[in-house]
Design a protein around this ligand. Sequence first.
Ligand code: HEM
Length: 215
Amino acid sequence: MIVGFWIAVTGLALVLFLAVHLGGVGMALVDPTGFERFATSLHRQVWLPWLEVALLAAVLGHPLLSLHRARANCQARGPAAGPLRSRRQGPWESLAALAARVIPWSGSLLLLFLLLHLAQLRWHRPADGAELAAVLAVLQVPWCLALYAVAGAAAGLHLLHGAESALRRLGLLEPANAAALRLGGRGLALLLGAGFALLPLALVLRPAVPLVAGG
Ligand code: HEM
C-alpha cells in the first residue's frame, strides 16, 4: 500500500518535471534568446542542486519501487495468472491496454535514454549562451535524433497508463470523476508524448536564427 503510494507520488512528480521541461526546451524553438537567458539564470539559482537531488530520488525511487511491487504481485498471484485486462472497449482502450502491457519496457527505455541524455546535455555544462548549440549538436546525429523521438513517444505511452494508475493509487479516481480525470490524464500523456517526440525534429528543421545578444 505504502509502496503504491510512493510509486504514484514519484511518478506524478516526474510528470510535473516533464511538463516544465517541455515548456523550457520548447522555448528554444520559439524564442532562442529567451531560452539561453532562462538556462543561464536557472544555473545561478541556489535551490537548483536541491531540486536536482529530489529529481534524482524520484528518478531512481520510481523504477525501484515499481520493480519491488511487480515482484510482490507476481509472487502473490503466481506466474500463471498473467497480466490484468481491462473490459472497456474502443480505440483509446486498445492503446491504453498496450501502454499497460509495455509499461516495464517503456520505463526501461526511458531510464536508458536518461543516462545518455544526462551524459550529453547535463553532466558537461556548455558555456553560458551555448545551450541551444549543444542541443543541436546532439540532435544533428541521426541515431540520436531517432532516439530522442522514440524516447518522447515512450514517455507518452508510459504516461498513458501511468497517469491513470497514479490517480487510482492515490484514491482520487471515483465513479463521479473517473471519465474527466481519465480524459485529462490521457490528454496530458498525448501532449507530452507528441511534444517530446516532435520537438527534436522541429529543432533540427527550424531555420537558423542568429541569437540577439542581451535582448
Ligand atoms: C526534445 C527533447 C529534449 C530536449 C531538447 C532536452 C534538453 C535538455 C537540456 C538542454 C538539458 C540540460 C538542462 C540544463 O542543464 O539546464 C536537459 C536536462 C534534463 N532532461 Fe531533457 N530534453 C529532452 C527530453 C527529455 C526527456 C524525454 C526526459 C525524460 C525522460 C528528459 C529529462 C531530463 C532530465 C532529468 C534532465 C536533468 C535536469 C536537471 O538536472 O536540471 N529530457 N534536457
